[in-house]
Write a protein that binds this ligand. Sequence first.
Ligand code: NZQ
Ligand code: ZN
Length: 387
Amino acid sequence: MHNFEFHNPVKVLFGKKQIENIKHLIPQNKNILLTYGVNSIKTNGMYQRVTNNLPQVNNLIEFGGIGANPEYNILLEAVSLSKLEKVDFILAIGGGSVIDGTKFISASVNFPISDKWQILKGQSSKISNPVKFGVIQTLPATGSEMNEYAVISRNETHEKLAFGHKELFPKFAILEPEITYSLPNRQLINGIIDPFIHVTEQYLTTNINTPLQDGYSETIMRTLINLAPKLFSKKNDYEVRANWMWCANNALNNYIGLGVDEDWATHAIGHELTALYGLDHAQTLAIIAPQLWRYKKDQKRQKLIQFARNIWNINDKNCNTAIEKAIFCTEQFFNNIGMKTKLSDYNIQADATTIANNVIRNSKTGAIGEHNNIMFDDIVNIINMSN
Ligand code: NZQ
Ligand code: ZN
């Protein structure tokens, strides 16, 4: 097992009626900024519940309209507003996009460089004294409510970049499974695929004898596979929603990645597909991951065989057959819940050269993957396999 340092300070409040606790979690008599998305919290009752449970505040400021794939120029407006109103604390209510956008706002207010895009361009270590924030997660998918990462998009340059900082863990995360009842099918599908691939990015890598992390990862994947159909057939099943929400959280709250090799190549390529073609984040992952596993099947051999055996009950003696069957089962699982797995399913003829150039440009080392050996030509090949 590799060395690791672990610290996750997020206070999690999980279950029913947790919103009532925000009056104790948000500082009193301060300037509070509420951040949220386009309209879901106004139609599903969450906005009303939050505003009914706030503590006494000095000034309540709102910034709505943070859409999917949070846009840099919109977030800059919130940064200006936060400075103008001298915001002391931010409460984010939404999915990964609102939470990530809030992390960016929090980091930008006191960021010492006037060009805030530098946060995404390798200068995130200069973040200091971010504005404190708490989150109410309304869409189980990203794990952003319990990690220190954010992904921000910039439409004018077709960029979608990630950053992280140890001071950007939320102060608290509220997870009420009942808020997921209002999610449309498209987000239920996304919310299964994204955590599933978060697990594979940390699990389908090298075999370095980490049975605890492997078993934890396998349990998350099996739970997602088992509960996925019930999300659609039993729309208001509390137990199903609760297990889903906690799985999505644990897929990227840093536990399963401790001491193991991590890949993240599917995410790196996927972000470029969103930036260029507007696909949802999870849609890009479902397209790229299976082809990337096929392309890297020799390097990932031991873990793919373990994946075949422990996730899909495939025990073929011929390892290549077992691996191909496991990848095929995963694609079928995705397809069966309504997720497409090819670029052509979206009528996209991908520009593999541009995508590969962008991935390499945005990587720190000129390559990606757990062995840092997926390079320009490999990315072109993986994209071509995904057509
Ligand atoms: O904007 P509103 O009206 O609120 O609607 C949202 C949005 O249209 C809707 N929604 C959210 N909660 C709802 C709801 N609709 C009904 N009922 C509810 N309870 O869902 C739509 C999608 O929301 P979004 O936040 O964009 O989805 P998601 O949580 O999947 O976040 C995706 C973003 O997170 C990034 C992605 O790249 C993408 O930008 N990621 C962040 C990560 C992180 N911070 O750790 C890791 C991930 O790998 C990912 O990259
Ligand atoms: Zn993801």
